[in-house]
Design a protein around this ligand. Structure first.
Ligand code: UD1
Length: 329
């Protein structure tokens, strides 16, 4: 039986995935403190029931004070930088925001008695594998500093969990999309590059159409294939992971978080056409640098480890929720 006698600190809780995690924690009965520096997040994304603190995870005095004042027993760490091409141009920003600041936060957790830590990692840690489905023990060869910065944090957590009374779960996200089914949050990022976000913007006339980046990939229709996961299913896995960490404090986990099913760019655009009953304007372009043919999770480990039962593993539902949010923006 899980006790909720501690509060959860959510870093990056004003961002896309973080704000959904806050909702899931509140819905599960947890008290939540959000720490966000609002460089990319939005204050309006933080629900009123959560305590909001504007600040940076680098400020260990602030984090230590929050831990003591609010009885923080676990940290969900979403704060970080996430744009792959930017990480290639400015790697030190990524090693600072994602690796160095995470080190500071982990140290603050350990020295102030926080025993559980959930980390938002990424499938980008694998790089190009050539596998149909990627299991967690696949050799990691990230092809950009973003992926490496996340992998470094996984390594720090692994070593810290060995040395201290502390456990963690790192979830390697595949392609997160969609929005809260109750319309309470969604992806608000300006100038988004993610396919589903781009497609629903096009449907609403915010763009002329959607560029298809390459039709010569080694996939069923030549367009890039990804494992799209609904953000609400993703954050549900975080709440279950937290419960697992509390139940079994000796064990840490690094797990893929995806449905294990691949959809091509054309599959996604077909879904958008179905959901909207329109024909989205598709423009075929060349490949985008660095895009692998296919990235699909092997999700057996998370399914064995957590009682995780995705509710929205349907591309049309993901698109419909993304569209509903986009309309509200
Ligand atoms: C991106 C990030 C990755 C992150 C993941 C989940 C990049 C390069 N990668 O993955 O680090 O973990 O999101 O958040 O930023 N596509 C088009 N037209 C478009 C946009 C995309 O054809 O306008 C194609 C891409 O070539 C790819 C697929 O759609 O095949 C998905 O692209 P995208 O949504 O950008 O996500 P990823 O690049 O897979």
């Amino acid at each position: 039986m899980v006790t909720k006698d501690f509060t959860v600190l959510v870093t990056g809780g004003a961002g896309y995935i973080g704000s959904h995690a806050v909702l899931a924690l509140l819905d599960s009965g947890y008290d939540v403190v959000v720490l966000d520096n609002l460089t990319t997040g939005f204050l309006r994304a933080v629900p009123d029931q959560a305590i909001f603190i504007e600040g940076d995870i680098e400020d260990s005095t602030l984090s230590a004070r929050l831990i003591a004042e609010h009885g923080i027993g676990a940290i969900m760490h979403f704060a970080g930088s996430i744009i792959v091409p930017e990480s290639v141009e400015n790697p030190l920003k990524y090693y600072h925001n994602n690796s160095a600041k995470s080190r500071t936060l982990i140290e603050t957790a350990v020295t102030n008695g926080v025993k559980h830590f959930i980390f938002s990692s990424t499938a980008t840690v694998y790089g190009v594998t050539g596998l149909m489905q990627i299991p967690e023990d696949t050799p990691k060869h990230p092809t950009n500093p973003y992926g490496m910065s996340k992998l470094m944090t996984e390594a720090m957590l692994t070593d810290v969990a060995t040395a201290y009374d502390f456990n963690f779960c790192a979830l390697r996200y595949f392609n997160v999309a969609g929005a809260d089914p109750k319309g309470r949050s969604g992806q608000s990022t300006q100038g988004a590059t993610h396919l589903i976000k781009v497609a629903v913007e096009a449907v609403l006339g915010k763009r002329d159409g959607v560029a298809i980046f390459g039709t010569d990939y080694d996939t069923h229709d030549g367009t890039g294939t990804r494992d799209y996961i609904h953000v609400s299913d993703l954050v549900a896995a975080h709440v279950l992971a937290l419960e697992k960490l509390v139940e079994d404090p000796e064990t840490s986990h690094i797990m893929n978080c995806g449905y294990g099913q691949g959809f091509s760019v054309n599959d996604v655009l077909d879904a958008v056409d179905r959901v909207t009953n329109k024909k989205i304007h598709r423009v075929i372009q060349g490949r985008r640098a660095g895009d692998p043919d296919s990235l699909v999770s092997d999700n057996r480990l998370i399914k064995q480890t957590l009682p995780w039962q995705p509710k929205y593993a349907d591309l049309d539902v993901i698109v419909a929720h993304a569209l509903a949010w986009e309309r509200k923006l």
